[in-house]
Design a protein around this ligand. Structure first.
Ligand code: PLP
Length: 419
């Protein structure tokens, strides 16, 4: 059942999972929002503060050298984790949102002008919509959306091809939807984008934490993800960029560390990736991310994916026998094209009430528009949806507790059980 991942052992690494919520053992089903942190990551951060806290890149003393090595060394781990060519391609930001803003500001200002087209999809998170809206407003560009294929929760490939024929300069799309759970064919879509002459950005916020991402194979120009969704602390994010593009792009922010030389009139820029990291960075974040990646590697990304598929299949099956429950995303029991994210609604219950009643049972889920208002409001035609999402530390009992909470929702809200 566990497909090789020993959740009993894994769960012991996550102190929060042995706490109580409303007097009941916490069931955490909101990892799509942020993940819990294993003791190994917490201790790595604590070891830095206790043993070698110093600024990086400028110290000539031992603890600064150690901090520099730990921080920069984490970039090698990140590069290998997503199969990028080198740490030179790995820019640290605060999160996926900042990574996409960096591209929209730096690459976008230089390359997108009046009448140019930017193509995204209907299932993007706000962080892959708003930076492009702002760029389009500033520079008079046209922002267009690829439709979703009804039912399957995926991208409508015919519509994609038709819109690519209009020659967008940028194609930006998500590798995995935080609402529908759908996993997109990033390699194929990137290939189509490149054939049409577009620069391609992939939002990997819901992908990199959950399955093996191979940038060498997908071949995007930019790939963005967040540390906090993959066991690392908040405030550290990643932007992978193709070297030729990064070299040509102007800096995003100016200040210390991103320069080679500064004169009263002008400055020259540091080499990659430091040209895009101004000021003292999130040192503990980089160190924590490195340790988180080691943890994920030792669990095995293939094992994590298989485990999440098993949990999702079980949850979909259990939800399908709950009358009055609508599940959104890829059709039926399809788990091949779905990550461990299940958005759902219970007939007659507001999703916020659902989440509150789940919470009273110690089950943490999320409800709302999930920062994807166009998708939830216009495509799904719902004001909001409830969402449970899984990670390597969840188990089948967590699913049982969540599905069990549906009965409590019916009881508290006095819903008739639909036939
Ligand atoms: N993209 C997707 C698909 C997401 O799910 C999220 C966060 O939920 C983001 C981007 C933004 O991530 P962050 O808030 O870490 O910048």
């Amino acid at each position: 059942m566990q497909q090789g991942l020993d959740t009993k052992v894994i769960r012991k690494d996550f102190p929060i999972l042995s706490t109580l919520s409303h007097g009941k053992p916490l069931v955490y089903l909101d990892s799509a929002s942020t993940s819990q942190k294993p003791i190994q990551v917490i201790e790595a951060i604590s070891a830095y503060y206790k043993g070698y806290n110093a600024n990086i890149h400028r110290g000539l003393y031992e603890i600064s050298v150690r901090a520099t090595e730990a921080y920069t060394g984490s970039k090698d781990l990140v590069a290998r984790f997503v199969n990028a060519a080198s740490y030179r391609n790995i820019i640290y930001t605060r999160n996926t949102t900042e990574s996409i803003n960096l591209v929209a500001r730096s690459w976008g200002e230089k390359n997108i002008g009046k009448g140019d087209r930017i193509l995204i999809t209907e299932m993007e998170h706000h962080s892959n919509i708003v930076p492009w809206q702002l760029l389009a407003q500033r520079n008079g560009a046209i922002l267009d959306f690829v439709r979703l294929s009804r039912g399957s929760g995926g991208i409508d490939m015919d519509d994609l091809k038709a819109k690519l024929a209009e020659g967008p300069k940028m194609l930006a799309f998500t590798h995995a939807s935080n609402v529908l759970g759908s996993i997109t064919d990033a390699k194929k879509i990137t290939e189509l984008g490149h054939k049409a002459g577009a620069v391609v950005l992939v939002d990997g916020a819901q992908a990199a934490p959950h399955f093996a991402v191979d940038i060498g194979e997908i071949n995007p120009d930019f790939y963005a993800f967040s540390g906090h969704k993959m066991l690392a602390p908040a405030g550290i994010g990643v932007l992978y960029g193709r070297e030729e593009l990064l070299e040509e792009m102007p800096p995003f922010l100016g200040g210390g560390d991103m320069i080679r030389s500064v004169d009263f009139k002008e400055s020259t820029w540091n080499e990659l990736p430091w040209k895009f990291e101004a000021g003292t960075p999130n040192i503990e974040g980089g160190i924590g991310l490195g340790r988180a990646i080691e943890y994920l590697n030792s669990a095995g990304m293939k094992m994590i994916r298989a485990h999440e598929v098993a949990l999702t299949a079980y949850a979909l099956e259990r939800l399908s026998s709950e009358a009055g429950v609508t599940v959104y995303g890829p059709d039926g029991q399809d788990t091949e094209h779905r990550g461990g994210v299940i958005s759902f609604n219970i007939k007659g219950a507001h999703p916020h009430d659902v989440a509150t009643i789940f919470d009273s049972e110690g089950v943490a889920i999320r409800a709302g528009h999930h920062c994807a208002m166009p998708l939830v409001n216009k495509v799904l035609n719902e004001p909001s949806v409830a969402r449970m999402s899984f990670y390597l530390y969840n188990n089948m009992e967590d699913v049982d507790r969540a599905v069990g909470a549906i009965a409590k929702v019916r009881k508290v809200l006095r819903l008739q059980k639909p036939r």
